[in-house]
Design a protein around this ligand. Structure first.
Ligand SMILES: [Fe+2]
Ligand SMILES: [Fe+2]
Length: 292
């Protein structure tokens, strides 16, 4: 695919806004939220979103939902709940198919995507486009190939996914991967061609958020939205017992110390980021919010 320099694969003009002025083409703020873990993660997302909207006024909100259903997978009801809360698109990862009831939903709903480098025969799609005020955001989900099961190479399939995206002002790539090396490499591979490459899957935020020289916002892992008091989402006693005994242990989602973890990407021109900042927010005090 050709370099996405000015003009390539982009729209000619943004739609006029109500007061007659045109918004700067490509101006957008993208809030991306890391893996939502279980019911507590969902409640944390729903409680934090209004505060984040007030604070950052994001144009788009994209959420990784691969752990939203009890820590593994996502259900149609949960996806509907997230979309109804104003989430524009949901990305997934290696747990995309944990819940069978999501399979037909993945085929019929455009704003939820599973890794584009899974086999084409597997349920769902790998990318989608969402639009606000004349600005179109392409969202692509990828899976790493190291230590994760993905039928095709992320590095070759991203070219296909980008070519299939059509005309968009921005592209966000969720690179769901275990190995930091694959994520760093994908950031460099796409630098100057997409707006952002954000890593997910490890549930631990990394301290390397930056805009690469070509203008692509990058972070190796945004972290998770869920209980910081566990072991990447699992009750810590159970995780430690499994490691101590080397025997199977039934894992449950921790209920301790919920945080929302994500990044905010600010843009003022197509396919480029001006800034990326981490968003690390504890769930608001529960007495102030009704528990759901
Ligand atoms: Fe994952
Ligand atoms: Fe995850």
């Amino acid at each position: 695919m050709a370099e996405a320099e000015a003009g390539a694969g982009q729209r000619a003009a943004a739609a006029p806004i109500a007061n007659g002025e045109r918004p700067a083409r490509g101006r957008a703020r993208i809030l991306f939220v890391g893996d939502v873990v279980g019911g507590l993660g969902r409640r944390t997302l729903l409680d934090c979103l209004p505060l984040l909207r007030e604070r950052y006024a994001p144009t788009f909100v994209v959420v990784n939902g691969e752990n939203a259903a009890g820590g593994l997978g996502i259900t149609p009801k949960i996806a509907d709940q997230m979309l109804a809360a104003g989430v524009d698109a949901i990305t997934l990862g290696n747990h995309a198919y944990h819940r069978r009831d999501i399979y037909p939903y993945l085929a019929s709903h455009e704003r939820i995507v599973r890794p584009a480098n899974f086999l084409r025969s597997q349920p769902g799609r790998g990318s989608c486009v969402v639009e606000h005020d004349g600005t179109r955001l392409g969202v692509i989900n990828l899976s790493g190939n190291l230590y994760l099961r993905a039928g095709r190479s992320a590095f070759t399939e991203i070219e296909v996914a980008l070519a299939e995206l059509g005309e968009v002002e921005h592209v966000l790539v969720d690179m769901h991967a275990e190995a930091t090396s694959e994520k760093v490499a994908m950031g460099w591979h796409l630098d100057g061609r997409v707006t952002a490459v954000v890593g997910t899957h490890t549930h631990v935020p990394t301290a390397d958020a930056r805009v690469l020289p070509g203008g692509t916002a990058y972070i190796t892992d945004v972290g998770m939205t869920g209980p910081r008091g566990g072991v990447i989402g699992v009750k810590r006693e159970q995780a430690i017992e499994a490691l101590l005994t080397q025997m199977p242990v039934r894992f449950e989602t921790s209920e301790e110390d919920p945080w929302l973890m994500g990044v905010l990407i600010s843009c003022s021109r197509p396919l480029r980021a001006d800034a990326i900042e981490q968003v690390l927010m504890p769930r608001p005090a529960q007495e102030a919010t009704a528990d759901r």
